[in-house]
Design a protein around this ligand. Structure first.
Ligand SMILES: *[C@@H]1O[C@H](CO)[C@@H](O)[C@H](O)[C@H]1NC(C)=O
Ligand SMILES: *[C@@H]1O[C@H](CO)[C@@H](O)[C@H](O)[C@H]1NC(C)=O
Ligand SMILES: *[C@@H]1O[C@H](CO)[C@@H](O)[C@H](O)[C@H]1NC(C)=O
Ligand SMILES: *[C@@H]1O[C@H](CO)[C@@H](O)[C@H](O)[C@H]1NC(C)=O
Ligand SMILES: *[C@@H]1O[C@H](CO)[C@@H](O)[C@H](O)[C@H]1NC(C)=O
Ligand SMILES: *[C@@H]1O[C@H](CO)[C@@H](O)[C@H](O)[C@H]1NC(C)=O
Ligand SMILES: *[C@@H]1O[C@H](CO)[C@@H](O)[C@H](O)[C@H]1NC(C)=O
Ligand SMILES: *[C@@H]1O[C@H](CO)[C@@H](O)[C@H](O)[C@H]1NC(C)=O
Ligand SMILES: *[C@@H]1O[C@H](CO)[C@@H](O)[C@H](O)[C@H]1NC(C)=O
Length: 735
């Protein structure tokens, strides 16, 4: 219909008029029998609109296509796949635009009924599989009980045994066979599956047990012990906030938290693992697509139900049911899998996801160019010119954003089309993320070049804030002596070429309240070599963990103008194979003092102007903070005033406005202690001070003699925040 309409226009020779953008409309109250050409004739489903868009693209494009999603819920039963066929062409883009639209990979659970012991239940279709129930937007936990003390157990090759009778209930727990044990360690959060319980032994399923018993920070030899739980059997429901899904029976059970009312609560089971996949092939990538203002919610991740979760670091795990070469754990390393995201982007270029909420996602949030095992399209890596901006992430179970892969093709691509580059993650808010897999992080960038992580606001996260690099130096040119000793190179090449990691920027992020569930972590954490990579103007706060942590093999990073006001040490360096990193102009609150050019201070006002400015501007850029959920001001001052005097009686005040907005109603007060000295402004005294820059005002003093101390006070209203600022400074002036 639309096609003939458009070609009709062309035939009629009306091409001299600007062609209107080609728009399609979708609404939850629309119908797929409509033609989608206006809000009154909206389609009902994204899938149907996708077909119409494909038809249009396959004929021709003379303008962008914009698909407008009306506000509301769009449940999708199958992953939405955007491939080359869905991509813009001839310089035009396909824009999916939907402020207020929520694309859901879940099923709503209704009809809750209260049972005995305060446990409620509801029916869902028999066979529904999910590891994630969300109640009023928050992740429920598994039905679980804590084991009082890991040290009461002996760990054997077949399972866990105990002699203390206080654990005998394990043998009497209905459903224990098929339940699982979770171990929270220093930097891992491991899950292992139970085969059976008898004779004071939990016999564990293989090979997940084997794979949780070797390597580093293991179930039997954790580097730190943050507890062990037995979980995922109905009989284990104990505290409020816990759930259990009986898939075969189609019944979900939940014990409400205090104050929660399941009659009125909104509850979803995450069902899809991948809600949206954007990906083509290396030869024919998906491209020129934007998603604006659209929210994504309600996914799950089922893999731990089959292989457990032999966690290695930040979402990488042993994902195959194999023991590799049992004499050496290093045999596993080249084969680690990645936890998939609910949104997956690979073999793709010129893709933007902007705005929207990413919430209640059961694995990762967004996976960009991960290894093939983390992409439902089956084609991993190959992500270039991908932007994720202005979005809000909360209640993501794993990494909120994983950019890059960890296997060989990620760091040494066998096909140039696999290389990840120009990934931009900017102005996003991450609030209370890594909600289930606590050893995951808001942002992980493994191997990519020319990529930027800037102006993100990270608030409340259990492990590190931003992680850059992977591989502990083992894949860098020349290899790592440490991994030579461990025997890794019996299982993979020792490379003579550098990895794809270089020329990245981590700037102006605000990272706070991190690391509350683990150890061995940093606000900003690096691994391996990455030449020309700058970490600058970040503000780290409110954590007892490390501020900056250059872990194993970190090499060629430059850290400048960061403010590390965490209470842990501002900088920790792993000595193993770590080299050639530069630190300059950084300010810490506590930690080492033997880094020339960097200082410890106890008040931001003691930092350089550049760092005070960075502290104010860190996180979402000031001008973009309005109406952003959970975004807050950093608490740093919005300006400083620097006063200087010269030998000719001239007083100069430089007002550095750190905000994007102007200061209004500006009043100056210039005075000196000496009577009889008067001041004449040179030029007009501004009543407004421009945003994000320096304004210089000069006065000429007269009437006195010798050297006098001159004070300049400035009072203003910040037009964005409405806050009144009063600053000042003084200098000696010779008359
Ligand atoms: C999208 O691709 C996945 C993986 O190939 C497939 O399972 C799914 O059915 C596809 N979705 C649709 C709507 O065809
Ligand atoms: C087409 O869409 C892109 C991406 O949203 C945008 O940058 C560009 O300005 C649009 N072009 C036109 C002609 O509207
Ligand atoms: C996104 O989350 C924020 C904060 O919870 C909420 O105010 C807003 O309505 C949400 N937007 C959508 C489209 O759900
Ligand atoms: C963070 O989310 C969890 C659920 O995933 C919830 O129990 C907790 O109260 C939340 N914390 C904050 C500070 O919102
Ligand atoms: C739960 O909400 C329902 C519906 O509003 C109400 O009738 C009921 O009294 C509430 N229960 C409690 C315990 O507040
Ligand atoms: C994993 O391998 C073990 C041992 O070979 C086997 O007993 C088990 O059934 C396998 N598990 C799965 C989920 O395939
Ligand atoms: C990506 O966008 C740029 C301009 O923004 C354009 O030059 C390039 O051709 C696009 N790439 C693809 C694969 O469409
Ligand atoms: C040291 O780091 C700089 C800056 O990234 C880089 O240009 C240089 O190549 C590195 N030198 C060595 C020997 O790695
Ligand atoms: C930091 O110094 C400023 C200026 O001297 C002062 O107003 C402020 O109270 C100090 N802040 C703290 C936390 O000590």
């Amino acid at each position: 219909m639309r096609l003939s309409y458009l070609s009709g226009l062309a035939i009629a020779g009306l091409g001299r008029f600007p062609v209107a953008a080609l728009d399609f409309y979708i609404s939850p109250t629309g119908s797929d029998n409509n033609d989608g050409s206006s809000a009154d004739a909206s389609f009902a489903t994204i899938e149907h609109a996708q077909g119409a868009v494909r038809d249009q693209i396959s004929s021709s494009l003379t303008d962008n296509i914009t698909v407008h999603l009306a506000p509301g819920l769009y449940p999708v039963a199958e992953t939405l796949n955007f491939t080359a066929e869905d991509s813009g062409r001839d310089g035009f883009t396909v824009n999916w635009d939907g402020p207020g639209a929520v694309v859901s990979g879940g099923i709503e659970v209704t009809g809750w009924e209260e049972g005995s012991d305060g446990v409620w239940s509801a029916s869902v279709p028999k066979g529904t599989e999910s590891r994630n129930l969300y109640v009023n937007g928050q992740a429920a936990n598994f039905a679980r009980r804590k084991l009082a003390n890991r040290k009461d157990f002996q760990f054997t090759s077949s399972g866990m045994t105990w002699s203390n009778g206080q654990y005998d209930w394990l043998m009497d727990t209905e459903g224990i066979a098929g339940a699982e044990v979770r171990f929270i360690n220093s930097f891992t959060d491991r899950y292992a599956l139970i085969q059976s319980a008898s004779n004071r032994q939990l016999a564990m399923k293989q090979n997940t047990w084997f794979n949780n018993m070797w390597g580093y920070d293991t179930v039997a030899q954790p580097n730190a012990d943050f507890g062990v739980w037995v979980q995922n059997a109905l009989a284990l429901i104990s505290d409020g906030g816990q759930f259990y899904l009986d898939s075969a029976a189609g019944t979900v059970y939940y014990k409400p938290l205090d104050g929660e009312n399941l009659t009125t609560a909104t509850t979803y089971l995450g069902v899809l693992e991948c809600i949206v996949s954007v990906g083509g092939t290396y030869d024919d990538p998906a491209h020129d697509l934007t998603f604006t203002g659209i929210s994504f919610a309600h996914s799950t991740w089922m893999k731990p139900a089959t292989v457990g979760y032999p966690d290695q670091q930040t979402g990488a795990y042993i994902g195959e049911n194999s023991t590799y070469t049992p004499s050496n754990f290093e045999s596993t390393r080249p084969h680690w899998f990645q936890m998939p995201g609910a949104i997956q982007i690979s073999a793709a270029t010129n893709i933007t996801f902007s705005g929207g909420n990413y919430t209640q996602l059961g694995g990762g949030g967004i996976g960009i160019g991960n290894d093939a095992n983390a992409h439902t399209s089956g084609v991993g890596l190959g992500a270039a010119h991908i932007t994720v901006s202005n979005a809000y992430f909360t209640q993501i179970m794993g990494n909120s954003i994983t950019a890059g892969g960890v296997q060989a093709d990620a760091h040494h691509p066998s096909n140039a089309g696999m290389t990840n580059s120009h990934l931009i993650i900017t102005n996003n808010v991450f609030y209370n993320t890594s909600s289930l897999f606590t050893s995951t992080v808001p942002i992980l960038l493994t191997y990519a070049h020319h990529s930027t992580i800037s102006h993100n606001d990270l608030h409340i996260t259990p492990y590190s804030g931003i992680c850059h690099g992977y591989g502990w130096g083992s894949n860098d040119a020349g290899g790592s002596p440490e991994y030579q000793n461990r025997g890794l190179y019996n299982f993979q090449p020792k490379y003579s070429d550098p990895t794809t990691s270089n020329t990245n920027l981590i700037a102006a992020n605000f990272i706070r309240a991190y690391g509350h569930s683990h150890t061995d972590l940093g606000g900003i954490y690096t691994l391996s070599k990455s030449p020309s990579t700058f970490i600058t103007e970040n503000y780290v706060l409110d954590s007892g963990a490390y501020g900056l942590y250059t872990d194993e093999g970190s090499n060629s990073y430059t850290f400048t103008d960061n403010l590390l006001f965490n209470t842990g040490t501002w900088l920790a360096q792993n000595g193993a194979n770590t080299d050639n990193n530069t630190f300059d102009g950084n300010y810490g609150h506590s930690g080492p003092t033997n880094w020339p050019g960097n200082s410890l201070i106890d008040n931001i006002s003691q930092a350089s102007v550049a760092v005070q400015r960075a502290a104010y501007r860190a996180g979402v850029e000031p001008g973009k903070r309005v109406n952003r959920p959970e975004t807050s001001e950093t608490g740093a001052a919005d300006s400083i005033v620097t006063v200087t005097g010269d030998g000719q009686g001239v007083v100069t005040a430089t007002i550095s406005n750190f905000d994007d907005a102007a200061f209004e109603g500006v009043e100056f007060d210039v005075s000196s202690g000496s009577s009889g000295v008067t001041f004449t402004a040179e030029g007009e005294v501004p009543k407004e001070i421009q945003g994000n820059g320096d304004t210089v005002v000069k006065w000429k003093a007269s009437g006195g003699g010798g050297s006098v101390k001159v004070s300049v006070g400035v009072k203003y209203t910040n037009s964005r925040t409405g806050e009144v600022g009063e600053r000042g400074g003084s200098a000696d002036v010779s008359l």
